[in-house]
Design a protein around this ligand. Structure first.
Ligand SMILES: *Cc1c(COP(=O)(O)O)cnc(C)c1O
Ligand code: SF4
Length: 357
């Protein structure tokens, strides 16, 4: 069933992001009225993991179980809890001040929001989201104090939730306080807004962000249909304000686990001036296990892209180690053996070459 047959065109022609957010679907009965879902199943899932599907993203859904549907519509498999943990990366153990996760010596994650414009079903921080517990200003002050007191921290990654759920004014204050700290060299914002609610990227937001440099932004597109006129415009505004854009795609079963789809996504991103940064292997997070794929799938996708599309389109395939060990890159095997300084190397076409050291 096509969404456009259910939702007359123009029903959600609002462009104000706050209006779009308040029209978002959070209630299973409302969802059941417009999409062919099992109402009871949606109810049981949302009791544990909230739903929020804003009208912009809803319009990207074309049919049952398509890639946008899978990312947005609750699935009864979220309640299968076998072999999963709420926090497999031990983020809670590595939390050293309110909202501050420090795993690496020179940079911290600063979780400044508990809500998002879309509650992605595959979210790796699902344990925290949408429980209507806002991040208190006092907690933000404590996080800032920790960063200010530790001069080994050179970079702050604003994350959450989605930091762009904050008001322009609150973001302005936060960025000002961060850049006032002498040892902070770089600030990065992790946000899905350019993809899931591009109307959030307003000219006034971009004016605020454009005052601060170096400010990098990493977003998350997972399928080529998410690249639209609206998302392209959002990215253009950000790039024109001098904010370099990267993408942290998540490898997801039934969404982008095919090389052709992934390649098309990566080429589409570069066209809108977004540099593919990471392709994340999915983490074994409780409530997201139905998205998991074997490592071999990711390696095959990487092999299929390398050499066949521009090197600019190729992200690093990353595995976040369980227990907080950090992220490591995964590569397909190109180097096959070594004997007396001679390597046997497979090229992008699968042909073998010898390389002498
Ligand atoms: C992913 C992550 C970062 C950022 O890592 P980069 O490789 O620099 O992108 C920082 N801190 C934590 C805890 C992370 O999980
Ligand atoms: S926008 Fe990011 S933090 Fe929010 S639900 Fe999606 S993946 Fe999770």
């Amino acid at each position: 069933m096509r969404i456009n047959q259910i939702l007359p065109m123009g029903r959600f022609d609002a462009t104000d992001w706050q209006d779009l957010l308040s029209a978002a679907i959070a209630d299973p009965d409302r969802l059941a009225a417009i999409l062919p879902v099992a109402r009871n199943e949606i109810h049981s899932v949302t009791r544990q993991y909230p739903m929020r599907i804003n009208p912009y993203y809803l319009d990207l859904i074309q049919k049952t179980n398509d890639p946008c549907w899978r990312q947005a519509v609750p699935n009864i498999q979220e309640l299968d809890h076998i072999d999963s943990l709420e926090d497999p990366l031990s983020e809670e153990k590595q939390t050293c001040a309110p909202g501050i996760i420090q795993r690496y010596p020179d940079r911290v994650l600063f979780l400044v929001s508990n809500s998002c414009a879309l509650y992605c079903r595959h979210c790796m921080r699902k344990r925290k989201l949408g429980m209507n517990i806002p991040v208190e200003p006092a907690a933000i002050q404590k996080g800032l104090a920790y960063i200010a007191a530790n001069d080994s921290i050179k970079e702050v990654v604003l994350s959450g939730g989605d930091p762009l759920m904050m008001s322009d004014q609150a973001l302005d204050d936060l960025l000002k306080r961060l850049f006032d700290i002498a040892h902070i060299e770089l600030v990065r914002i992790h946000t899905r807004m350019p993809c899931v609610l591009p109307q959030r990227i307003t000219t006034s937001l971009v004016e605020v962000l454009g005052q601060y440099h170096p400010l990098f932004m990493n977003t998350q597109f997972n399928h080529p249909v998410e690249i639209t006129e609206a998302s392209a415009r959002a990215c253009r505004l950000l790039v024109e304000a001098g904010i370099p854009l990267g993408c942290q795609t998540v490898l997801l079963k039934g969404v982008n686990d095919q090389a052709a789809v992934m390649g098309e996504l990566m080429r589409g991103l570069v066209k809108i001036r977004v540099k593919p940064y990471y392709l994340h292997h999915p983490d074994p997070v409780r409530g997201t296990m139905h998205f998991r794929v074997p490592l071999a799938t990711g390696m095959e996708i990487m092999r299929a892209m390398r050499g066949h599309i521009s090197g600019l389109c190729i992200p690093q395939y990353m595995l976040d180690l369980p227990g907080g060990g950090g992220k490591i890159p995964i590569l397909p095997e190109y180097l096959e053996q070594k004997k007396n300084g001679i390597w046997r190397i497979c090229n992008f076409e699968g042909r073998f070459f010898e390389f002498t050291e």
